[in-house]
Design a protein around this ligand. Structure first.
Ligand code: UD1
Ligand code: CA
Length: 456
C-alpha cells in the first residue's frame, strides 16, 4: 500500500507583503492563509499535514488549531531545505509527499486528489502541478524538452530572455517519491543562502528519473500570494466563490458587490442578505433570516427567521424569531432565547434573555440573566462594574423594569416584580412587589406664575 502524506511549506517571512506578520498569518476570507491550505489537505482525504514553520513559528502554530503536525525550519534556507526538514519528521513508511506552499490558499481539494491519482498512474519520481498564465512574472518557469517532457524549473531570477517568455509556470504544488529524495535535496546547489526545491526537478532527471507534470485548469485557484495586491485579488476570487455557494444553497443576496461573507460561514435557505453586511468567522445563520443592511455578525449563531437591522453581533447566540436593531450591539456572551425583541441603541454584554423578553430602546445590560417575558424599559442601565469588579444581576420571569432605571449589581429582581421608572435600585426586589427608589414629587402651586411676575 502506498502511504502519502502532505507537507505545507509555510516558514517564510513574506518580505514582499511588507508586513510585521509572517505571510502564513495573513487572513483571507477571515482565515489565515495557511489554514486554507490545511483545510484543503484534510478535505482531499489526506492525513493531518506536516506544516513547516519558521518565521514567527509560535504564532503560526497557534492558528493551526492542532489540526496539523508542526515542523520547525531553524533557518530560512529556501523551499528545498524546508522540505528536507519535513522529510526528517514524516513517518518512515511515507512513500510519497504532496508538497504544498502555504501561500496558495485557493487550491481546490479536488486538485490535490487529482494530483495523487495522476502521480500514481504516471509512475514518475515526482509530479509537479503547472499552469499557464498570460503574465507569468514572479513564478518559476517550466522548461520542457523537445520531447515535451518537463526538463527543469527555472526561477524568475535565473531566467534568460527566452526562458522568461515561457508562460507555463510552476505552482509550487507537487508530489514527490520520498525514496532517495533527502539525498537529492542535500546535493542541491545554493543560491545565496537558499536551496530551491525546484532545482530537484532537473536533479532527478539528471539521475535518469522521470518527472511528470499535471496542468491545473483554473490558474486563479493556484495563484501564489506574495504581495498585498495578490492577497486582495485572491480575496475577491474567494468572495465570489463563497457567494456562488450561497446562491446555490438558496440564499438571496440583494447586492453581492457589498456583501462580505467569510469562507466558513453557513446560512440556511431563504435567508436574505441586505447590502453592506459582513458575516464573519464561523457564524451560523438559520433559515429565513433577514440580515442587514449594514450589519456585522462575528462568530455568532442565529436561529430561524431572525431579523437583524444595522447592528453588530459578536460571539453571541440569537434565538429563532428574535429581532435586533436598528443600531444595537450584542457583545460577547449574549444569549437571546426565542422571540426576544432588542430594539434600537441597546448594548448587551454577557447577558441572557429568556423567551419573549424585550429591551426596546436605549439600554445597557451587562452580566445579567433575564427570565422570560420581561420588559426592560427605555434607558435601563445595569450598573455591573464598580471600578474594580463585575457583578451579576438576575431578573425573574414576567418582571417589569420601568424607564430610566439604574440596576446596581449584584442584584436580584424577583419574578413578576415591578421597578418604578427613574429608580436607582441597590437592594434586591422580592417577587411580585414594586420597588420605587426616587424622591417623591412635590407640586408647588402657582410657583411659576409668581416667579414670572418677580422677573418683570
Ligand atoms: C515558489 C517557487 C516557484 C513557484 C512559486 C509558486 C521555489 C524556489 N520557487 O516561489 O517556482 O512558481 O512558489 O507560487 O520553490 N518557504 C519556507 N522556507 C523557506 C522559504 C520558503 O517554508 O526557507 C515557504 C514560504 O513560506 C512559502 C513557500 O515556501 O509558503 C514558497 O516560498 P515563496 O518565497 O513564496 O516562493 P516563491 O518565490 O513564490
Ligand atoms: Ca509564493
Amino acid at each position: 500500500m502506498m502511504t502519502t502524506n502532505a507537507v505545507i511549506l509555510a516558514a517564510g517571512r513574506g518580505t514582499r507583503m511588507r508586513s510585521g506578520w509572517a505571510k502564513a498569518l495573513h487572513e483571507l476570507g477571515g482565515m489565515a492563509l495557511v489554514c486554507h491550505v490545511e483545510r484543503a489537505v484534510l478535505k482531499a482525504g489526506l492525513a493531518k499535514p506536516w506544516v513547516v514553520v519558521g518565521f514567527q513559528a509560535e504564532r503560526v502554530e497557534e492558528v493551526l488549531d492542532q489540526r496539523a503536525h508542526v515542523v520547525v525550519q531553524p533557518e530560512l534556507r529556501g523551499t528545498g531545505d524546508a522540505l528536507a526538514c519535513a522529510l526528517a519528521k514524516v513517518p518512515a513508511d511515507t512513500d510519497s509527499v504532496v508538497v504544498l506552499v502555504g501561500d496558495c490558499p485557493l487550491i481546490p481539494p479536488s486538485l490535490i486528489e487529482a494530483l495523487v491519482e495522476h502521480h500514481r498512474t504516471a509512475g514518475a519520481r515526482a509530479t509537479i502541478v503547472t499552469t499557464r498564465l498570460d503574465d507569468p512574472t514572479g513564478y518559476g518557469r517550466v522548461v520542457r524538452g523537445i520531447d515535451g517532457q518537463v526538463a527543469a524549473i527555472v526561477e524568475e531570477s535565473e531566467c534568460d530572455d527566452s526562458t522568461r517568455q515561457i508562460r507555463e509556470i510552476n505552482t509550487g504544488i507537487g508530489i514527490w517519491q520520498t525514496e532517495g529524495l533527502l539525498e537529492v535535496l542535500d546535493r542541491l546547489p545554493w543560491h545565496g543562502e537558499e536551496r530551491y526545491l525546484t532545482d530537484a526537478v532537473a536533479a532527478l532527471i539528471a539521475e535518469g528519473h522521470a518527472v511528470a507534470a499535471m496542468t491545473a485548469p483554473e490558474p486563479d485557484l493556484v495563484m501564489g500570494i506574495n504581495t498585498r495586491r495578490e492577497l486582495s485579488r485572491a480575496e475577491a476570487r474567494l468572495r465570489q466563490m463563497t457567494l456562488d455557494r450561497l446562491f446555490d444553497q438558496g440564499i438571496t443576496i440583494i447586492d453581492p458587490d457589498t456583501t462580505y461573507v467569510d469562507a466558513e460561514v453557513e446560512i440556511g435557505c431563504d435567508t436574505i442578505l441586505y447590502p453592506m453586511s459582513f458575516l464573519r468567522g464561523k457564524s451560523r445563520l438559520g433559515r429565513g433570516c433577514r440580515i442587514g443592511p449594514m450589519t456585522t455578525i462575528v462568530d455568532s449563531k442565529l436561529g430561524d427567521e431572525v431579523t437583524i437591522d444595522r447592528s453588530a453581533i459578536e460571539h453571541s447566540v440569537v434565538g429563532s424569531h428574535s429581532t435586533v436593531g436598528p443600531f444595537s450591539h450584542l457583545r460577547a456572551g449574549t444569549h437571546l432565547d426565542r422571540n426576544v425583541h432588542v430594539g434600537n441603541f441597546v448594548e448587551f454584554k454577557n447577558t441572557r434573555m429568556g423567551i419573549g423578553s424585550k429591551a426596546g430602546h436605549h439600554s445597557y445590560l451587562g452580566d445579567a440573566t433575564v427570565g422570560s417575558n420581561v420588559n426592560i424599559g427605555a434607558g435601563t442601565v445595569i450598573v455591573n462594574f464598580d471600578g474594580r469588579d463585575k457583578h451579576p444581576t438576575f431578573i425573574g420571569d414576567d418582571a417589569f423594569v420601568g424607564c430610566n432605571t439604574n440596576l446596581v449589581a449584584p442584584l436580584e429582581i424577583g419574578s413578576g416584580a415591578y421597578v418604578a421608572a427613574g429608580s436607582t435600585i441597590t437592594q434586591n426586589v422580592p417577587a411580585d412587589s414594586l420597588a420605587i427608589a426616587r424622591n417623591r414629587q412635590e407640586n408647588k402651586s402657582g410657583w411659576a406664575k409668581a416667579r414670572r411676575s418677580e422677573v418683570r
